[in-house]
Design a protein around this ligand. Structure first.
Ligand code: ADP
Length: 551
């Protein structure tokens, strides 16, 4: 803008200067012309007087001057001409100034001279003998005079243009300075030009509108961020060029990305070709779905086109964490396989024994042995089926089961009583100590929990070992501890013993009637009562299980 004001001001100054220059030249030309004409008249009169006195002799030693002098007789014949031989010149009787001078004593005219071939001004003066003396001047002379003034005028103009340029620049800067210093954040506080007041008022209005819009946008953005960041699913919005428009907290964690990933190409966050293909498909308008593994977890990815009319405006990527779901599915599959496997073995034994007896291949004295095997395997199946039923009841949810006040000590004493025969078989001492352990809970489940822990402590114990059952209670919790002096559990199996059908030593467990379900029932029952389980074990020394119930 400074340049524009500068250029305009300078242009006006130069135009004015040129106009002045032309006007001055015109005025000068007129002025010089008048002077030249007056001089011409004076000269004509003086020469006329001299010629009147001296006749043609006056011209004999006449020094040629710039002005042309012509002496014409009364009949128009040229008697003398300062610039051409008189005899060569035609009769001048028809010349305007000559006719006028003859008539009134003086005459003048301005015209093109065929003799000189240029524009001339003539002045004629009649002498007493009727002849006429004429003096003429070329326009050229006036031009020359005027043009002589050109150089100083041009110099003045050059100085004036330079001065104008300097002043125009200063002026432009001075005009622009208040505009440069305008405070656009608070338009009404400016004190620049009166003429700017409507514009500044308008700006202030728009400023306020803009602020209100910005606030609304920020509020909506925060709202959106709060909602999307609170989502368990990862969500990424991409524009048509695959640049990230929005990415929520979960997705940022998934791709180890920072909040600055907005605006970046999604390729910089994830280079997986399968996900990129899904994005390309969504960008073409087709929804795509796939399962991927990211950071050790399994995700179902949905790439949806976001349409505006018939055009795909953006792509929404949603990452559902399906790890637990697929783990549960896998567990269900494994559970079914395990159940079938666990049931098949005793069933084979039963059916095999029954077949041999049916075919009469067993000696009568061996029948009781076979019958015992059938009985043992059916017992095993019964306990397996009972455990399975308990597990499936727990799976279905035992929240609605009635909770009653009970004493953990009573349950422990009951378990000890039931397990006494098997403990005696291995000469294991069962010691019970501690508080009453008053709780509110599901009695059959807690009874099962205590029984299973004590049963394991006996089953995986050595001959002459001991089992200590201790119950400790304070205002906050009741802790049941069952410790034994048995075979212990290897470190790497500690986390797995609570899984269904997991057994450290499968054949040993089976041999002693284990189903691999005891501890998973314990875990379920504890979870249902909000209790935590801790397991300490050292192979060859023994195991301690602590279940801590909140009161
Ligand atoms: P099981 O019916 O085979 O006893 P559990 O779920 O009760 O099944 O136990 C799972 C596995 O954990 C057992 O097979 C056994 O290997 C191990 N285990 C459980 N309790 C003890 C313990 N007190 N001492 C040593 N090993 C144990």
């Amino acid at each position: 803008m400074t340049k524009r004001i500068f250029r305009s001001t300078l242009f006006v100054a130069v135009v004015v200067l040129i106009a002045c220059f032309v006007t001055i030249l015109g005025v000068l030309y007129g002025h010089f012309h008048d002077i030249a004409e007056n001089q011409l008249k004076d000269q004509a009169r003086i020469i006329a007087r001299a010629v009147e006195n001296e006749g043609i002799a006056y011209f004999e030693d006449f020094e040629s001057i710039a002005n042309r002098i012509t002496w014409i007789s009364a009949d128009g014949k040229v008697l003398y001409d300062s610039h051409s031989p008189a005899e060569e010149l035609e009769n001048h009787a028809d010349r305007e100034e000559f006719i006028e001078a003859l008539a009134s004593g003086e005459g003048s005219s301005r015209r093109y001279s065929s003799t000189r071939m240029e524009y001339m001004t003539y002045f004629a003066y009649r002498l007493s003998d009727g002849s006429v003396l004429r003096v003429s001047i070329t326009h050229q002379s006036v031009y020359t005079l005027t043009l002589n003034m050109l150089n100083p005028i041009l110099m003045i103009i050059a100085v004036a243009v330079a001065l104008s340029a300097f002043l125009a620049m200063r002026l432009a800067k001075r005009i622009i300075k208040p505009l440069e210093n305008l405070n656009l954040d608070e338009p009404l506080k400016n004190d620049a030009y009166e003429e700017l007041a409507p514009l500044l008022t308008r700006l202030e209005h728009q400023h306020r509108q803009l602020n209100a819009h910005m606030e609304e946008l920020t509020r909506r953005k925060n709202e959106f961020n709060t909602i999307s960041d609170g989502m368990n699913e990862g969500m990424v919005l991409l524009d048509g060029k695959n640049n990230v428009i929005s990415i929520n907290k979960r997705a940022r964690q998934l791709f180890n990305a920072g909040e600055d990933s907005v605006g970046k190409d999604f390729l910089t966050l994830c280079r997986r070709t399968d996900i990129q293909e899904a994005i390309a498909s969504a960008a073409a308008g087709d929804k795509a779905e796939l399962n991927v593994e990211l950071g050790g977890r399994e995700y179902q990815v949905e790439a949806d086109p976001v349409m505006s009319g018939s055009k795909v405006q953006a792509t929404a990527l949603i990452f559902f964490d399906v790890t637990d779901k697929s783990r549960a599915e896998q567990m269900r599959r494994e559970f079914t396989a395990n159940v079938s496997h666990e049931l098949r073995t005793p069933l084979h034994t039963i059916s095999g024994s029954a077949e041999i007896i049916k075919d009469g291949l067993v000696e009568p004295e061996d029948v009781p042995r076979f019958a015992e095997r059938v009985y043992d395997e059916s017992q095993r199946m019964i306990s397996l089926v009972e455990d399975l039923m308990r597990i499936s009841r727990l799976d279905e949810g035992a929240e609605d089961v009635e909770r009653v006040p009970l004493s953990l000590m009573e349950l422990a004493e009951d378990a000890v009583k039931r397990l006494k025969p098997s403990a005696e078989e291995k000469n294991i001492s069962l010691n019970i100590s501690g508080d009453s352990g008053a709780l509110t809970g599901v009695k059959p489940l807690l009874s099962e929990l205590v029984y299973n822990l004590c049963d394991n402590a006996i089953k995986y114990n050595r001959e002459n070992g001991r089992v200590d059952i201790n119950i400790k209670e304070d205002e906050k919790r009741v802790v049941l501890s069952v410790s034994d002096t048995g075979i212990g559990i290897e470190h790497e199996s500690l986390d797995r013993v609570f899984e269904r059908f997991y057994r450290v030593d499968k054949s040993h467990s089976k041999a002693i009637g284990g189903t691999g379900l005891g501890l998973s029932i314990v875990k379920h029952a504890a979870l249902l009562h909000g209790a935590g389980i801790e397991l300490d074990s050292e192979p060859g020394k023994g195991t301690e299980v602590r279940v801590s119930f909140p009161v």
